[in-house]
Design a protein around this ligand. Structure first.
Ligand code: ATP
Ligand code: MG
Length: 180
C-alpha cells in the first residue's frame, strides 16, 4: 500500500486512560508502528521534563519522531499548582495545536494532557475545541489518567488500562527502562 493510501485512512482520535500502567508506552508503541509505515509522528509530553525519560533519548535518533517534553524540571503538586505549571501546560497545548495543523505530521500524541486537565492547568473546553477543530488525516492520541467524559465522547477509540497488580505496591520503585 502506498503512503498516500495509508494517510487517506487516518484522522481518528484515541484515548488511553485508567489507573494501570501502559498508557504512555501504548502511545509510543503506536508511534513505532506508524513510523514503520513511513508516517511522521509528534509527541508532546505535558508535565514531563526531558531528563530521565528513555523515550526522549531514543527520539533523538529517530528522524520521523519529534518528541517534545514540555513540563517543568520538577513535579507538579495537585494541591499546590503554580503559575509556572499553568504556563508550561498552556505552552504544550499551543505547541500541540501548532503541530497538529502544521501539515508535517500524520500522528500527534498529547501525552498526559488528561492529567493537566485534572490539575486545572488546561481547560477541558480547550481540549474539546482542539479535537473538534483538528485537520483531517491526522491521527490524534490523548493519554493520561482521568480522561474527561467530554473527551471520551468525542473519541473514536478509548482504552482504559486497569491496574490489577503493580510492583509499586510491594515496594519496587520506578525502574529505568521500565517506568521511565
Ligand atoms: P507507562 O509510561 O509505563 O506506559 P502510564 O503512562 O500508564 O505508564 P502514568 O499514569 O502516566 O502511567 O504514570 C506515571 C508513572 O507511574 C509511570 O512511570 C508508570 O509506569 C507508573 N505507574 C503506572 N501505573 C501505576 C500504578 N498502578 N501504580 C504505580 N505506578 C504506576
Ligand atoms: Mg503516562
Amino acid at each position: 500500500m502506498s503512503e498516500a493510501d495509508i494517510r487517506e485512512k487516518l484522522g481518528l482520535v484515541h484515548v488511553y486512560t485508567g489507573n494501570g500502567k501502559g498508557k504512555t508506552t501504548a502511545a509510543l508503541g503506536l508511534a513505532l508502528r506508524a513510523m514503520g509505515n513511513g508516517l511522521k509522528v509528534a509527541m508532546v509530553q505535558f508535565m514531563k521534563a526531558p531528563q530521565f525519560y528513555g523515550e526522549y533519548e531514543i527520539s533523538k535518533s529517530l528522524p520521523n519522531l519529534t518528541l517534545l517534553p514540555m513540563g517543568r524540571d520538577c513535579l507538579v503538586h495537585e494541591d499546590k499548582v503554580t503559575q509556572a505549571d499553568i504556563d508550561a501546560a498552556q505552552a504544550a497545548l499551543a505547541k500541540s495545536k501548532e503541530l497538529l495543523h502544521s501539515g508535517r505530521y500524520d500522528m500527534v500524541i498529547m501525552d498526559e494532557v488528561n492529567v493537566s486537565i485534572r490539575f486545572d492547568l488546561v481547560r477541558t473546553e480547550d481540549l474539546v475545541r482542539l479535537v473538534k477543530e483538528r485537520p483531517p488525516r491526522v491521527e490524534l492520541v490523548i493519554t493520561g489518567r482521568y480522561a474527561p467524559p467530554e473527551i471520551i465522547d468525542l473519541a473514536d477509540l478509548v482504552t482504559e488500562m486497569k491496574c490489577i497488580k503493580h510492583p509499586y505496591t510491594k515496594g519496587v520503585q520506578a525502574r529505568a527502562g521500565i517506568e521511565h
